[in-house]
Design a protein around this ligand. Structure first.
Ligand SMILES: C[S@@+](CC[C@H](N)C(=O)[O-])C[C@H]1O[C@@H](n2cnc3c(N)ncnc32)[C@H](O)[C@@H]1O
Length: 278
């Protein structure tokens, strides 16, 4: 058991399977956000790169394309998501996929020029310890670049669903500091964690990002995808049929004002964080 066991269990449960089932649509939903982080990371030819919480492998593949002649290691705790990543990577010699906890798995000291993550570093029980471990795996002067969510209040793509599901389940009150999507939402916390973990020249840059749940004015399709993965799906999985139906109906109603001729688009907000290893 590690201090991250609850998250390891979560990402190996139905949650990980939902990401596998909807991998294509999720990559389309957040692909442009990963590109923001990748532009900030500027991976270069021949570099050794670690993709933390690589999930189903989209960014691992993209990093390998950018770092031609280099080597990319994708690391994740989720066996089902890694299995999907392995299918996509095939027998490429420049990519290795590892199953393990990024906070603990032994990694070569100074073995990476760049540590990257698209939404994979917010789930550590002890963020400082985890980023210290990742720092030790980074060559002196090497880079860190990741993207994480800003506060829940700035991310209607989540709050709309949580508000729609309010009162339907027995979830404890939302704790923004707990391991989870919004645990690095406070820039002062990001800076404190990275400083304590040995990283220097920290930058935290905000971006407003649209999340497109459908490409046309099909409300049912948008509501179905929205409810299939993420916070609403997690709650729906705990409800009996009657409450789940009520929740789905509420979600559909809540999404309606965000539907236009070119699709259902919800606002989101992220931080792109960069730093340098001392
Ligand atoms: C929100 S998903 C993002 C997946 C992928 N980066 C993407 O953008 O498609 C978060 C990922 O972080 C992984 N994860 C969570 N805690 C982790 C840990 N301690 N070590 C490695 N991976 C972890 C999860 O298994 C999951 O794949």
């Amino acid at each position: 058991m590690t201090e991250n066991q609850a998250q390891i269990d979560y990402w190996n449960s139905a949650a990980g399977l939902r990401w596998v089932t909807h991998q294509d649509r999720l990559d389309a939903l957040i692909g442009h956000i990963g590109e923001l982080a990748m532009d900030a990371a500027h991976p270069a030819a021949g570099e050794r790169i670690l993709d933390v919480g690589c999930g189903c492998g989209a960014t691992t593949l993209a990093l390998a394309e950018r770092a031609r002649g280099g080597r990319v290691v994708g690391l994740d705790v989720s066996a089902p998501m890694l299995a999907r990543a392995r299918q996509r990577v095939g027998d490429r010699a420049d990519i290795e996929l590892l199953e393990g906890d990024a906070a603990r798995l032994p990694l070569p000291a100074g073995g990476f020029d760049l540590v990257f993550s698209r939404f994979g570093v917010m789930f550590f029980a002890d963020a400082t310890a985890a980023f210290t471990h990742l720092h030790a795996a980074t060559a002196p002067g090497g880079r860190l670049a990741f993207v994480c969510w800003r506060a829940l209040t700035e991310n209607p793509w989540t709050s709309i669903g949580l508000n729609a599901m309010a009162g339907l389940d027995q979830s404890p009150p939302y704790d923004p500091e707990a391991p989870g999507p919004f645990s690095l939402a406070r820039p002062e916390k990001v800076r404190a964690v990275l400083d304590a973990a040995g990283w220097r020249d920290v930058t935290v840059t905000g971006h407003d990002v649209p999340l497109r749940y459908s490409d046309d004015a099909n409300l049912d399709a948008a509501a179905e995808f929205y409810s299939s993965v993420g916070p609403v799906a997690r709650i729906l999985a705990t409800l009996d049929e009657e409450r789940a139906a009520l929740g789905r109906a509420r979600v559909r109603t809540a999404l309606a004002p965000h539907l236009g001729a070119d699709g259902c688009v919800l606002p989101g907000a992220v931080w792109v964080v960069t730093a340098r290893a001392s």
